[in-house]
Write a protein that binds this ligand. Sequence first.
Ligand SMILES: [Zn+2]
Length: 120
Amino acid sequence: MAQQTMRGMRLGAQSLESERGVNYSARVTHSFQCKNNHISEMVFAADAEIPQTWQCKSCPQQAILLEDGKQVVLDASEDKIPRSHWEMLLERRSREELEEILQERLEYIRARRAGGQADL
Ligand SMILES: [Zn+2]
C-alpha cells in the first residue's frame, strides 16, 4: 500500500517549470528580475553554475535570479557585492595618483573656462 503511493510521487523540488527548462539536451532557462520588474530569461548549460545576478536586458539595473518565482537572497560574501566604478578605480590606482589626475583635470577645465569655452 505504502509502496503504491510512493510510485506516483515526484520529488518536491522538481516543478513543472524546471522540467520544461531541461527539454532539449543539457540546457536550462533561468529568469532574472530587476528592480523595474523586467524579466530577463537566460539559457545556461545544465551543469553551469548559475550566477545570482545578471545585467537586465531592458534597463541598466542589475537583475536577480528567480527561484520559484521569487528573487533569491544574495550571498553577502564580498565578491558577490557589485562594486562601484569608484571602488574599482581605487583598486587600480592609489589615492595620490587619483589626486594628481583630478588636479590635472581641474587645471584643464579652468584653462578652458579662462579661454571662454564651455565645459565639456
Ligand atoms: Zn530592467
